[in-house]
Design a protein. Structure first.
Length: 444
């Protein structure tokens, strides 16, 4: 009798496994359903695809069913973005637990191999919801900066030394040097690859679809703004960085042959101003397209406290930066995405009720510059503005994020309301919608 029962159970398990496999196989998309790079273009189903996107690093957090999640808000935000014409969102895959004040809490990774499944399931929910709206995601797998733990936290776990928070010390050069030591640490790379494999080969707990077979992913991204080191990075440092990009991208492709891989680079400003380094980092056959970011206030090109005096010069530098990268992409013969740009509210205010005159003019300039280069057939295939705050609000008089506050596009290392677009920023939103419509029209 026991043999019969055991045989029945075995047959049932075999049948169940076969059904699950069959369902997954039936849901596997054809190659044309994935966005791909051909020459300097993105293609989807044989047609031109342009990225009209935003950054929403906290998407997986809102998708969590745990206490930090807010699925109703996430659905509302995605509906709003869809109405604006947004078709792509750049989102954080994992964070690492850090003790300094400018780090997000809770973290996805609480030590090597210790992952918060509620937050990972939150990314599953996010992915399921964007797929319903024909929105794609760029998912970045690490961070050069400290606000999500990132590379510096990996090194802290290995060395036992606390992360030096540059928000406090103001010593960004030392911080960048420590963060870049991540590339040379075998322990860090081994542990990170375990996390990469966990995410890339994950099966979505909401849809039952593996990430490898999900066309809603536009690309896997190595990290947010990886750099070769600080501004004194040596040629050896640069060579190590380029090799790290090639080797890691190759590893991701070995796990997932369906999706593109990108770097997350800021461009020349994240490459020590070295065009060769920037080009070399994107010349790997395993990197499918080029990226760059632009921050005219962070980089000292524009002073929000003296806007009238610094505006013209700042805009001139911004236009040059936008265009020179498109020219470099033409040489490398790969598509290019401006995946971060933003500007403060007028005079550096954070209050949701403050005006956005200079920001609106900046957005229009960026959109118009890129749109005209796209129309001319140049290798720029879209943009992601930084970032979407939506319905989030802060009640803190100092505007600094604390655990339990709304998540918004401004990460914990910055005052809440610095760069993010609120759902009440109507003038900015109308500009976003205007150019989204123009970009979509080019793809038809």
């Amino acid at each position: 009798m026991n043999k019969i029962i055991n045989l029945s159970i075995s047959l049932l398990l075999l049948f169940t496994t076969s059904v699950v496999f069959a369902v997954e196989q039936a849901s596997i998309a054809s190659k044309d359903d994935y966005i791909s790079a051909k020459g300097t273009n993105f293609l989807l189903k044989g047609k031109q695809y342009y990225v009209v996107g935003t950054n929403m690093w906290y998407g997986g957090y809102l998708g969590s069913s745990g206490k930090v999640g807010d699925r109703a808000r996430l659905v509302k935000e995605l509906d709003s973005l869809k109405l604006l014409g947004i078709n792509n969102i750049r989102v954080l895959a994992v964070s690492e637990k850090a003790e300094h004040n400018s780090a997000v809490r809770p973290a996805t990774t609480n030590g090597f191999g210790n992952h918060d499944e509620d937050l990972l399931a939150g990314l599953d929910f996010f992915m399921a919801e964007i797929a319903k709206r024909n929105i794609t995601a760029v998912i970045y797998l690490n961070n050069f900066w400290q606000w999500s733990g990132g590379m510096s936290q990996y090194m802290s776990w290995i060395t036992g030394k606390p992360v030096q928070d540059p928000n406090v010390t103001k010593d960004w050069e030392s911080f960048m040097q420590t963060s870049a030591s991540f590339y040379q640490s075998k322990k860090a790379q081994d542990e990170w690859r375990k996390t990469i494999k966990k995410i890339v080969t994950r099966v979505n707990t909401i849809t039952g679809k593996s990430y490898v077979n999900d066309p809603a992913i536009l690309s896997w991204q190595l990290a947010n703004e990886p750099r070769a080191g600080n501004w004194k990075a040596s040629e050896k440092d640069k060579a190590i960085y380029v090799k790290w990009i090639n080797d890691t991208a190759k590893y991701i492709h070995s796990l997932d042959p369906n999706h593109m891989v990108s770097t997350g680079s800021e461009g020349l400003m994240g490459s020590n101003g070295d065009e060769k380094l920037y080009s070399d980092a994107h010349s790997s056959p395993y990197i499918n397209y080029m990226t760059y970011h632009m921050w005219i206030r962070n980089w000292g090109w524009f002073d929000q406290k003296k806007p009238a005096e610094t505006w013209d010069a700042g805009v001139a530098k911004a236009k040059e930066y936008l265009n020179v990268h498109i020219d470099i992409a033409k040489k490398v013969n790969k598509p290019l995405v401006l995946e971060e740009f933003g500007l403060d509210r007028d005079f550096g205010a954070y209050d949701v009720k403050s005006t956005t005159h200079y920001r609106d003019n900046f957005y229009r300039m960026v959109f118009d510059t890129l749109y005209n280069r796209v129309k001319a057939g140049d290798p720029i295939v879209g943009y992601n503005f930084w970032a979407w705050n939506g319905s989030a609000r802060t009640t803190r008089s100092n505007y600094w994020w604390q655990s339990g506050d709304d998540f918004m596009g401004d990460p914990p290392q910055e005052e809440q309301g610095m760069y993010g677009i609120f759902d009440s920023d109507i003038s900015t939103i109308l500009i976003i919608k205007e150019y989204a419509d123009k970009m979509h029209a080019l793809a038809q």
